[in-house]
Design a protein around this ligand. Structure first.
Ligand code: GRF
Length: 194
């Protein structure tokens, strides 16, 4: 059984879709929710779904062992970042090389990097008068929003779109594609975007 950990900092709508997608899966199990924000909505989802949680602290995450021993003890074999706002430290990237994926609410490499998350992304895209936006699912390396891209999907931006209405379009794409792409990566059938 492949044990998956989802790292999240916010409401957890992506985590909820991923948990639902793998609920009856014969060989993949969402067995841990890792969160850096006590009180985050994703923790309510975890308790409703009776999935174990691990609340992490900044000091140990960045200057300690990045909780690698805990993750290994729980036989976690793959990590999904679903709205996790902290940068992943080198110790964790090394311990889970090629086994960490992230979703970013824009078409990387544009609109990525430090400070580019949530509404800040959509505000920047709208301010730049872009014609389209979308999602990027990518492997995680030691740089923000940088690792090899696995999948992208886009949506058009209408003249009257606001950061809020764009965020909704992008969330729809995330919920539609992220669980399926995770399954493809885990079954070895995902083909990285060139
Ligand atoms: C998503 O838009 C994701 O792309 C971004 O953070 C947001 C998390 O939303 N990295 P939720 O917590 O899954 O609802």
């Amino acid at each position: 059984m492949q044990q998956i950990a989802i790292f999240a900092s916010g409401a957890g709508s992506n985590a909820a879709r991923i948990i639902d997608h793998f609920r009856q899966h014969p060989s993949i199990k969402i067995s841990l929710i890792v969160c850096n924000k006590p009180g985050a909505g994703v923790l309510n989802i975890a308790s409703k779904e009776q999935i174990s949680t691990l609340i992490i602290e900044r000091e140990r995450f960045f200057r300690g062992d990045a909780y690698v021993p805990e993750l290994q003890e729980l036989n976690i074999s793959f990590i999904v970042l679903a709205g996790f706002l902290w940068k992943v430290p080198a110790a964790l990237v090394q311990a889970f090389k090629g086994r960490i994926v992230n979703i970013h609410p824009a078409l990387l490499p544009k609109y990525g990097g430090k400070g580019m998350y949530g509404r800040f992304v959509h505000e920047a895209v709208i301010a730049a008068k872009e014609k389209e936006s979308g999602i990027t699912i990518h492997y995680v390396d030691e740089l923000y929003d940088h690792g090899q891209s696995i999948f992208q999907a886009s949506c058009f931006i209408e003249a009257d779109d606001t950061p809020e209405s764009l965020a909704q379009k992008v969330h729809w794409l995330e919920h539609e594609h992220f669980p399926r792409i995770i399954e493809q990566v885990l079954s070895g059938s995902a083909s990285p975007t060139p």
